[in-house]
Design a binder for this molecule. Sequence first.
Ligand SMILES: Cc1cc2nc3c(=O)[nH]c(=O)nc-3n(C[C@H](O)[C@H](O)[C@H](O)COP(=O)(O)OP(=O)(O)OC[C@H]3O[C@@H](n4cnc5c(N)ncnc54)[C@H](O)[C@@H]3O)c2cc1C
Ligand SMILES: Cc1cc2nc3c(=O)[nH]c(=O)nc-3n(C[C@H](O)[C@H](O)[C@H](O)COP(=O)(O)O)c2cc1C
Length: 602
Amino acid sequence: MLLSSLVAQASPLSEQQVQQLQGLVSQLNPIQQAWVSGYLAASAQLAGGQVTAPAVSAANSATLTIVYGSQTGNARHVADGLAALAKAKNIAAKIVDLADYKSSQLKNEQYLVIVTSTYGEGEPPENAVSFYNFLFSKKAPKVPQLKFAVLGLGDTSYEFFCKTAADFDERLAELGGQRLQARADLDVDYDAAATSWNNALISVVEPEFASAPSAEVINWPGQTSAAASQFNKQQPFAAELYTNQKITGRDSTKDVRHIEISLEGSGLTYQPGDALGLYFNNDPALVSELLSLTNLEAAAEVSLANQSLSLAVALTEQLELTQSYPAFVDKYAAATANEALAQLAADKAALRAYLVDRQIIDIVREHPATGGTITAQQLVDALRKQQPRLYSIASSQAEVEDEVNLTVAVVRYDAFGQPHLGGASGFLAERLAEGDKVRVFVEQNNNFRLPANDDTPVLMIGPGTGIAPFRAFLQERDARGASGKNWLVFGNPHFTQDFLYQTELQGYLKQGLLSKLDVAFSRDTAEKVYVQDKLRKHASEVYQWLEQGAHVYICGDANRMAKDVHQALLDIVQQHGNKSAEQAQQYLDELRVAKRYQKDVY
Ligand SMILES: Cc1cc2nc3c(=O)[nH]c(=O)nc-3n(C[C@H](O)[C@H](O)[C@H](O)COP(=O)(O)OP(=O)(O)OC[C@H]3O[C@@H](n4cnc5c(N)ncnc54)[C@H](O)[C@@H]3O)c2cc1C
Ligand SMILES: Cc1cc2nc3c(=O)[nH]c(=O)nc-3n(C[C@H](O)[C@H](O)[C@H](O)COP(=O)(O)O)c2cc1C
């Protein structure tokens, strides 16, 4: 019990003694409190009195459990930061991936912090799905013993901003938990706000934990910390581009590149299933046009993250120019005193629709500030910090050693009478020459891993660039001499134009590494055929593989493909396992909990 909430009726003390005690304790730091607690217990024992355990001793053995729901590592890194702060304050803490969290533990938990992102249409990240379902099921226990706090990471461009965090927060309160601190919902550029939220939380929980010299942070269950390299998201490695090769045909509607990057000298290592994070420079032509539309000088000095630099450098290297988002419209409208834009910004739904296919440049083209109404600093303040893009790694180090391969679809489209390129994919495909440097880091993904047992069969469903991690899986299984069967289901529009890594895959099939290769070329037949149709066609075999213990992986498009494939799997399990819809759902849930059903979707 917290001393601030101690009342005389609930203690053997008088009202006046409670007040005196509260007055004294409020002046002590945690180490002094722990010492006084021990001193009083010892002196009571010497006096031969009956001693009841002091309130603080319950907390003494308590642990701050920090769990994270994270798909691309952001929430995991914030949770790691919180665990490090706890450690620095000698608070015993345990950090757990929600995929590994035992739901049955919730009823025993005293202190729980959830850091989570949100995906899809307000859905939990993949690793948090089981815990989320449990919490909202009838099985969820009442948790009157629980003190908790929730931190949300999200993106204000989405309608359901930080919804998963809000859901967790409200549900835990409904189940009887008490909030340690109010929830915060943080946007894409969350670093500073997350650090302050973490600091504030630690100062709230610190007095509740007696100082225990042996307190340590437990990574559960034995997670490995990031690769032993000095390079990470904050400090990326300047890596050399070896190869940029177009692997779709001349007449393809898609431009997909096979990219090879050297990690030599970085100490960076990765496992199949991990992603490569990548920073990029914006297109100089875009920067020039933006400067001219805002009537600003390239050399104008601006301040960004406590650094002084020229406007042109800030726009080229540090700010987001291709992805647009609501806050830009708000700030740009205010800085340029643009009434029409301000009205649009006030209507959230209309604003989201307006932003769907508009990049920053499109907004500024439609609303130029050539009259000199915006300052260089105002423009910088309206733009958000560049976020690195992630790419599923398409190679295994067992095969390529200190190199990393990617499969990148170039975002390229015409809109409003102008050609458009994606920031990172445009940089890699068009502006980075072989031999040039690109800033990269490795983002671990422990929730997309090959089975530890090499005899286990794997079923990989990866249309389009979703093939990337499966190329890595196949290289790895080949190098390990894994005896488990491998089945790949791939899809794209046309056989002749879009069969990514065709020669390699057919070679693997011939060699026997691939036991089965099914391809769905959707535009080659009158009736469109997709990967989910291939699964349905081979439904009984899919079910057999599942029953034989196969691990199932989906990679690629999150919006439609992953949902359609999930539905196909549900139907197959229902039909071939003679199950009800509910039982089929439970079957896949159990596979997910057993880490036999994993997704890397975006
Ligand atoms: C875990 C993870 C793994 C990933 N793996 C891969 C991978 O292996 N290969 C791969 O190619 N990508 C992968 N991606 C996607 C990748 O990270 C980028 O989002 C993608 O390359 C686009 O980034 P960009 O900077 O080129 O475009 P952006 O600058 O982000 O795009 C600019 C704008 O263009 C518009 N836009 C974007 N895409 C389209 C489109 N298809 N059609 C029309 N308009 C569009 C949007 O308005 C967007 O805001 C992955 C993403 C995640 C999260
Ligand atoms: C495909 C996709 C869908 C997303 N959907 C939402 C959403 O509905 N609501 C939201 O607030 N954020 C959404 N986001 C933003 C993420 O929650 C945000 O990038 C977060 O920092 C990711 O954290 P993580 O790396 O821990 O998963 C989405 C991001 C992606 C890539």
